[in-house]
Write a protein that binds this ligand. Structure first.
Ligand code: URA
Length: 237
């Protein structure tokens, strides 16, 4: 691929801007300045340096972010900051999108990608990728509420029954539950439907992928096995 195309595909800016970067000597490949925008490179395992920063060529990006409270999953955030402000600009230029949304006050595992097929594979209503939430409730959780969550509840303006699996009490006001759909405010509405209220909500797992060890607001690229885990593909040991 032409060097100017490589930089453009990785989110460094317009073709013209990438040509300028290359011509002014800001791009190194194998520790050599490469100032010819038309030079061809094989992108397999390609590493390069721009303005002294190392990068790896990635055809698509798959990102896990530990979402803090008071961030919105939208580019045009209205009342709070946008989760996209936690990512470097080259990822925004690549057009990364949130894989489903978390509410502004929900914390934990948020995936982002620029791969439309992957996004569909996790968010399509027929896929039912399980998601594990840790819920802090306003009132102590009763055995009847756990039973009702597992049996399933109806939600206003939504078709069907919404049931949780693996509902486990962590403490009097805290439970862990797995949900298999992703409708608007699902966990909060399910808890309201059984007569309780969510005080805090944290997403711990998507598919088989647990929230990696990231500081609040921190992010990382998923490895290919982490990507498969997020798609609920069980990997051999
Ligand atoms: N369910 C909710 O109610 N909110 C979220 O952010 C995610 C799931």
């Amino acid at each position: 691929m032409l060097l100017e195309k490589i930089l453009q595909s990785q989110g460094f800016g317009s073709r013209k801007y990438c040509q300028q970067l290359i011509r002014n000597g800001s791009v190194l490949i194998e520790n050599q300045v490469c100032d010819n925008p038309k030079q061809n490179f094989n992108t397999d395992d390609l590493n390069f340096i721009v303005f002294g920063e190392p990068y790896q060529y990635r055809e698509n990006v798959y990102i896990a972010l530990n979402k803090p409270q008071d961030y919105e999953c939208s580019h045009q955030a209205t009342h709070h900051q946008s989760v996209f402000s936690l990512l470097p600009e080259i990822l925004i230029h690549r057009g990364v999108q949130c894989v489903g949304r978390l509410d502004q006050d929900t914390t934990g595992l948020l995936l982002l990608t620029d791969d439309g097929q992957y996004l569909q594979s996790l968010t399509h209503p027929r896929k039912h990728v399980p998601k594990i939430y840790h819920v802090t409730t306003a009132d102590p959780v009763t055995p009847e509420q756990i039973q009702a969550l597992e049996q399933g509840v109806e939600l206003r303006n939504e078709k069907g029954i919404f049931a949780a699996t693996d509902v486990q009490l962590i403490s009097a006001n805290q439970l862990s539950m797995t949900v298999h759909q992703g409708v608007y405010h699902q966990v909060k509405r399910m808890l309201a439907a059984v007569g309780n209220k969510v005080d805090a909500l944290h997403r711990h797992q998507i598919g088989q992928l647990e929230l990696p060890d990231l500081a609040e607001g921190g992010w990382m690229y998923l490895t290919s096995s982490q990507k498969q885990l997020s798609q609920n593909i069980v990997l051999d040991e």
